[in-house]
Design a binder for this molecule. Structure first.
Ligand SMILES: NC(=O)c1ccc[n+]([C@@H]2O[C@H](COP(=O)([O-])OP(=O)(O)OC[C@H]3O[C@@H](n4cnc5c(N)ncnc54)[C@H](O)[C@@H]3O)[C@@H](O)[C@H]2O)c1
Ligand SMILES: O=C(O)[C@H]1O[C@@H](O)[C@H](O)[C@@H](O)[C@@H]1O
Length: 273
């Protein structure tokens, strides 16, 4: 049987490193791509040093691939030109290379920041809510989702955009108790996205089964995701850091402080001119 080959872009990054051991298995080849160096490891992974903005390199990287897991790009706010080139154009290049190479499934790392301006106080947020991006970065994730929708409808690719909350070893603050995606649940969720039959295009929320939650997991569960972790086991430690201001940006918006003045990149760019 042909081994399942998964191309992971941005594999040198935080999530890529957390996911590599969790997604590796017999009969599967991980092809790991990044502009940054990647540990060769001893798991038989194929390493590709390339940019997601390089169409020829991406087409070569997509050859014989069954699934594209697109994590690569800028993972925080940047100036518009960089976001446009790396996150928006780079996502187009990656998806179009996948189409040309006949890759049937794409799983895209979208973000809570695509809907960052939604307010949890208005009730549990719909995972596939209409975009409310909080930054240029958030706009790039909306564009990523739109590209995914286009490639599903026009070219018949199965595409799942995961609006990831906060995927780290552990939650770091009171907001992340609401948005945390444990690395193990991250792997479970991506496996569900790889295996779901004929998903068409879906937008799902990427979080663990946190007691304190803001966004519905139902669309992800409908794909077969069965989360097993809950950030509550870190709650006592995080609560001991002190009660966050309930009216501050951190707790008022899904995107947290990214909705506040510290992340107003357009204003910073204007004042630097
Ligand atoms: N970690 C989270 O909580 C979280 C939450 C929501 C969304 N996401 C998204 O998930 C993805 C992975 O996040 P992360 O936390 O691992 O980020 P990260 O910054 O640690 O990793 C991103 C990787 O992409 C690589 N990269 C940057 N430009 C590239 C290019 N032109 N070509 C190829 N690779 C390039 C970087 O070198 C880096 O290794 C990102 O798309 C991020 O926006 C992450
Ligand atoms: O909102 C969050 O916690 C996370 O959102 C992701 O999109 C970002 O890549 C990451 O840097 C943030 O920590």
């Amino acid at each position: 049987m042909k081994p399942q080959r998964i191309l992971i872009t941005g594999a040198a990054g935080g999530m890529g490193r957390l996911l590599r051991p969790r997604l590796a298995r017999p009969g599967r080849v991980l092809r790991l791509l990044d502009i940054a160096p990647i540990d060769p490891g001893d798991d038989g992974a194929e390493i590709v040093r390339a940019s997601v903005t390089d169409a020829d390199a991406m087409e070569a990287a997509c050859r014989d691939v069954d699934v594209l897991l697109h994590l690569g790009g800028l993972s925080t706010e940047h100036c518009w030109e960089q976001i446009l080139e790396v996150n928006i154009h780079g996502s187009y290049v990656a998806l179009d290379a996948a189409r040309r190479a006949g890759v049937a499934r794409a799983v895209l790392a979208s973000s809570n920041h695509a809907i960052g301006y939604l307010r949890p106080e208005d009730g549990d947020i719909d995972a596939a809510a209409f975009p409310r991006p909080d930054t240029h970065y958030g706009v790039s994730k909306v564009a990523l989702e739109a590209l995914g929708s286009l490639y599903a409808d026009r070219y018949g690719m199965g595409v799942v955009a995961v609006r990831i909350g906060s995927c780290f070893e552990r939650p770091k603050d009171a907001r992340m108790l609401r948005t945390w995606l444990s690395p193990d649940d991250g792997a479970r969720l991506f496996e569900a996205c790889f295996a779901a039959p004929a998903p068409g295009f879906r937008v799902v929320w990427g979080a663990s089964d946190n007691t304190r939650h803001w966004v519905s997991l139902e669309p992800a569960r409908a794909l077969g995701y069965a989360p097993q972790d809950d950030s509550e086991r870190f709650a006592a430690e995080i609560d001991a850091q002190g009660e966050p201001d309930p009216d501050g940006f951190l707790m008022s918006y899904l995107g947290g402080t990214w909705c506040g003045p510290d992340w107003n990149t357009a204003e910073k760019e204007a004042s630097a001119r």
